[in-house]
Ligand binder design. Structure first.
Ligand code: ADP
Ligand code: MG
Length: 698
């Protein structure tokens, strides 16, 4: 491939500020900029001019259509394309695009999940442009990032609540900043850098595996002779097919203005990671959706398939999407960066305390925000952050917080104590390499890293919760501190009290250690092992109160999410069981029968040629296979029966629970027997590519 001119390529398919400035009349650009920077609504005249310029530019980039690009509750993106073309009287066409079409769209909403919201309210939904994210040309379509609502104002998407939660955090965070004397910052935004992990497999092999095609993960597969035990994959030199893939991936992402920065091999064989430079949360969320789409498409161009499932292979590390999160002002101040004056440090400590309190009080919401049928395989498994939510602070910051909490020394040698607003913090190391990777929520020097987010999830949900719970806590803090006569004193009291109240959530130890489970239990922390268990807490009054008071979700929206999440969980498992049953009946059992038949034939042939031949090995093998095949047939029947029973459940919650507690264990048992058979079959008899084929043949 020709070398890439990155500065030239970067953002070349994005209608960004540079293009806007270039192509719009000065007045129009100024009006648009006001919309972009301050959220002032666009008037129709300006919108018309912007739409015209956008269309002309898009046509030059090869676009023939435009689409309102949005994120329904399916968790993936949706786009309905409309051509620019408009017929003229004389049989020709004009390419048109109006301000109205730019700003608002009316896709038919009836086939998107709404969990009852739409049924009881309004059958139509509409999309509105989110001008804080730039439009871009993808393939032949001008994509306009939009929010998606019902006509009665309920959010039918993931973007709207995220924007609402960011707004809540902005409002409450600014109240806190004013208390510290900052009267100049106009806006606080949260920032996110999502590290995206993924697996790459060969397309031809992938096509031979029904489970990968239909469910995104392997439902069968014996452990290969070699797994990840040698640790010879992490950061290893890239195979040439992977290099070509990554080059193409980077070029495509850069074209769309995505700041793809870091790329490397991950721990498991065939596993990799791409991390972009962080950006404002709603932009990061949109771009991550686009990134996942591009990752999959580019892979196909190289005869590869990109797997974004959280656990494509049993026994190997799963894939996450570490959500690096912080808060920053429009003046460029990172509020989770320890400062260098006592004032700034007190402010930093207050924001950290808010995060501690928020995470402790809303463990359930954070856990729910990352719950999915696929991510359940990862959370609580040995390599992933546990299902228990806790915070890793790092030694230095922990010592400081402890000193504030107890009024003791944080530095025993120099007998230093921490008084807020008076003392300067000791240096807090950033991002040290030996940091704890077993924590679901870790402070890494100037941000928190929420590691429980799954690789296939939209980051909108987890960040809506994160922004929401921190906003709510900041609100309580501001309510208490604003009326205080002596701010410094009130601050000391508040921080000390809250750290004492929520200290249990801080855990610097090994989150994979089995002893942590009992320790967490004795601390009263939640251990929500799977989606249905977690969802039982979703509609707890405290959670509804938080969301509705901040205006992030209405009660109706919460009720609909509850239904949608459970329904989706059941659907995923239903597909997995059906796929399993098909593979058992059509692939695995027939493969075993065929092998057994051939071995039996060998035995009878041999006996007729060599009278008295013992055929000991063959007979042993046949006996073993015969036993296993019987067992597998039984397990298959049992799985089928349990599955059918589960589908009789009266509601989604009982169905989901039956899947989690009855069907998933039955799937595991069935698989275990099938995997034993796989090991015994001759190479020519295996029904589909093995783990070894998938993991090591790139
Ligand atoms: P590691 O794998 O060591 O955790 P990476 O470099 O892969 O680190 O990812 C770190 C991510 O954190 C990047 O996306 C980076 O841009 C992001 N990040 C850095 N600072 C911030 C911040 N203030 N807010 C949000 N994300 C940040
Ligand atoms: Mg990384």
């Amino acid at each position: 491939m020709a070398p890439t001119n990155v500065p030239e390529l970067f953002g070349s398919y994005v209608f960004n500020k540079r293009v806007m400035k270039d192509r719009l009349p000065k007045e129009t650009f100024r009006a648009l900029k006001k919309t972009l920077d301050e959220g002032v609504p666009l008037d129709l005249d300006v919108a018309n001019q912007v739409a015209h310029a956008m269309k002309e530019w898009a046509i030059e980039k090869g676009a023939t259509h435009y689409a309102h690009w949005f994120q329904p509750l399916t968790g993936i993106t949706a786009e309905k394309h409309d051509g620019f073309l408009n017929p003229t009287d004389d049989g020709g066409i004009l390419m048109t695009f109006s301000g109205k079409e730019l700003v608002k769209g009316e896709p038919d909403a009836s086939s998107f999940p709404s969990g009852g919201t739409r049924a009881t309210f309004e059958a139509r939904g509409y999309t509105v442009w989110d001008p804080s994210v730039y439009p871009f040309v993808k393939e032949h379509t001008l994509c306009i990032p939009t929010a998606f609502c019902s006509y009665t104002g309920e959010a039918l998407d993931k973007k709207t609540p995220l924007l609402r939660s960011m707004e809540a955090l902005n409002k409450q965070g600014l109240r806190i900043l004013r208390l510290f004397g900052n009267n100049t910052a106009k806006r606080i935004s949260t920032t996110v850098g999502p590290e995206q992990e993924y697996f790459i497999v060969d397309e031809k092999l992938y096509n031979q595996r029904k489970d990968l095609r239909l469910t995104g993960r392997t439902l069968f597969g014996a452990k290969p002779a070699k797994g990840q035990e040698m640790d010879d994959q992490y950061f290893a030199a890239l195979k040439s097919r992977i290099v070509e893939y990554m080059e193409d991936l980077n070029d495509t992402l850069w074209k769309y203005g995505i700041l793809a920065k870091t790329e490397h091999n991950e721990v498991a064989p065939a596993q990799h990671e791409m991390a972009p430079i962080f950006s404002t949360t709603n932009i990061a969320a949109d771009q991550n959706q686009l990134t996942m789409e591009v990752m999959k498409k580019v892979a196909r161009r190289h005869g590869l398939v990109c797997l974004l499932h959280e656990k494509p292979f049993a026994g190997l590390n799963g894939s996450g999407k570490h959500n690096n999160w912080s808060m920053a002002t429009d003046e460029g101040e990172n509020l989770l960066n320890p400062g260098d004056t006592p004032e700034k440090n007190a402010q930093f400590i207050l924001f950290v305390t808010a995060v501690v309190k928020a995470v402790d009080e809303y463990q359930d919401l954070l856990r729910i925000s990352v719950a999915s049928a696929s991510n359940d395989h990862r959370l609580g498994a040995n390599e992933a952050p546990p299902a228990i939510i806790s915070i890793f602070m790092g030694e230095e910051l922990q010592a400081v917080l402890e000193s504030i909490k107890n009024g003791t020394h944080y530095d025993e040698i120099s007998k230093k104590k921490m008084t807020l607003g008076v003392d300067v913090l000791p240096p807090i190391p950033k991002d040290s390499t030996d940091r704890n990777r077993t924590s679901p929520f870790a402070f890494t020097g100037n941000r928190f890293e929420f590691r429980s987010v799954g690789s296939s999830l939209s980051i909108s949900g987890p960040n809506t919760v994160l922004d929401g719970i921190v906003a709510y806590t900041l609100k309580k803090f501001a309510d208490e501190l604003e009326p205080a006569k002596n701010f410094d004193e009130a601050l000391q009291v508040l921080v000390k009290r809250e750290l004492n109240a929520h200290w249990r959530i801080i855990f610097n130890g090994n989150g994979y250690d089995p002893s942590w489970i009992s320790e967490a239990e004795s601390r009263g922390l939640m251990n929500l092992k799977n989606l249905p268990e977690a969802m039982e807490h979703y509609m707890d009054p405290k959670n509804i109160k938080l969301f509705t008071e901040l205006g992030i979700y209405t009660k109706k929206e919460i009720e609909s999410h509850y239904e949608i999440k459970l329904e989706k969980y059941c659907q995923v498992l239903n597909i997995e069981v059906q796929t399993m049953l098909e593979m058992l009946n059509k692939d695995i059992l027939p493969a075993a029968f065929k092998y057994m038949r051939d071995v039996s034939k060998t035995v009878s042939n041999l006996k007729s040629v060599v009278p008295g031949a013992k055929c000991g090995a063959e007979t042993e093998l046949l006996k073993k296979l015969d036993g296993l095949v019987d067992e597998l047939a039984e397990k298959t029947e049992e799985l089928n029966r349990k599955h059918l029973e589960t589908k009789q459940a009266a509601d989604y919650m009982s169905e989901a629970k039956a899947y989690a507690n009855v069907v998933i264990p039955a799937m595991a048992e069935t698989r275990a027997v099938a995997d034993q058979i796989e090991v015994l079959l001759g190479e020519d008899y295996k029904p589909f590519p093995s783990y070894e084929d998938l993991l090591f043949r790139i």
